[in-house]
Design a protein around this ligand. Structure first.
Ligand SMILES: [Zn+2]
Length: 125
């Protein structure tokens, strides 16, 4: 049986699938950059407390807990992104069981171009 866009539920229009992919990608970048910014501010607060010879008002274990939370959420967001399914064939767009390419410009299974709105080859460059 050949897998088509009809069986993946997109009905030939892949726009919503790529919107979902963009959201997943924004989560990865947002968590990554937001985490750096948040931890930077947190580290400055800790450092400021130490500078004045006082005990930091924020316990240091909070810092390591935040780093752990940041690490876990980054990993979850990254895994969700890498498990993105091809809108045409429904299999992982970027990976097979033995191969992974997060920068793949085509589905590693069916060859659908990244960002293709439908099955037409006209936008192929
Ligand atoms: Zn595919």
């Amino acid at each position: 049986m050949q897998v088509t866009s009809q069986t993946t539920g997109y009905g030939g229009d892949y726009t919503s699938a790529w919107d979902a992919y963009r959201r997943r990608r924004r989560w990865v970048f947002g968590i990554g950059l937001g985490g750096w910014a948040g931890l930077g501010v947190f580290a400055m607060l800790l450092h400021a407390g130490n500078f004045q010879g006082k005990r930091p008002s924020i316990p240091e274990f909070c810092f390591s807990t935040l780093i752990l939370i940041w690490f876990v959420t980054s990993a979850i967001a990254g895994i969700r992104l890498s498990f993105f399914k091809c809108p045409r064939c429904g299999r992982q767009f970027f990976a097979t069981w033995w191969y992974h390419n997060g920068f793949a410009r085509r589905c590693v299974h069916c060859g659908l171009r990244k960002w293709a709105k439908n099955d037409s080859p006209e936008e192929d460059t």
